[in-house]
Design a protein around this ligand. Sequence first.
Ligand SMILES: Cc1cc2nc3c(=O)[nH]c(=O)nc-3n(C[C@H](O)[C@H](O)[C@H](O)COP(=O)(O)O)c2cc1C
Length: 185
Amino acid sequence: MAKVAIVYHSGFGHTKVLAEAVARGAASVDGTTVELVPVAEAEARTDVLNSADAIIFGSPTYMGSVSGQFKTWADTTAKIWFAQAWKDKIAAGFTNSSGPSGDKFSTIAYLWTLAMQHSMIWASQGVMVGTRQDDLTLNRLSSWGGVMATSENAAPGESNPSKDDQASAASLGARVAGLAKRLKG
Ligand SMILES: Cc1cc2nc3c(=O)[nH]c(=O)nc-3n(C[C@H](O)[C@H](O)[C@H](O)COP(=O)(O)O)c2cc1C
């Protein structure tokens, strides 16, 4: 049984919609257990992260990087870093913002850097740009390092972020769960 944890922050709910899509995708892989961990609970639920085979990081893009809330939690993982306790877990990342670019790449790059500091194994998005699946378009924004999504300045919901971007998030969850399962043997 491979365990996938998704640790995320969402100030207004749009990144949470993506996190839930990632979770659905991961859960679609047989033999996977999935835990959604809002960043406010992440320090208290460190045991969930320590026992996971894969950790997927998600943050909105605020001022061209992860949110302050996400970074504050990331800094609390320094003790885990010191012990290199997450070494060789699979890692991946996703972000959402309102701008089509919005400097989302900086956020993905930060999430990757966090994973590298923890000696984790980074899973790329792994989907050809514009791949069609069930009338939806995966990797719409041509982001190879992780999933990028764009949300409207309106309430989060089943189409905000777009269904395309939610499908990309689900695809990332399934990819990471599949990799974790293979790594576990
Ligand atoms: C403090 C702050 C900074 C932001 N900075 C950016 C930014 O750099 N690029 C961008 O495209 N959108 C930016 N936005 C818009 C958010 O990315 C957008 O509201 C998104 O939906 C937030 O996700 P959330 O609902 O999960 O919090 C910013 C919003 C806030 C509140």
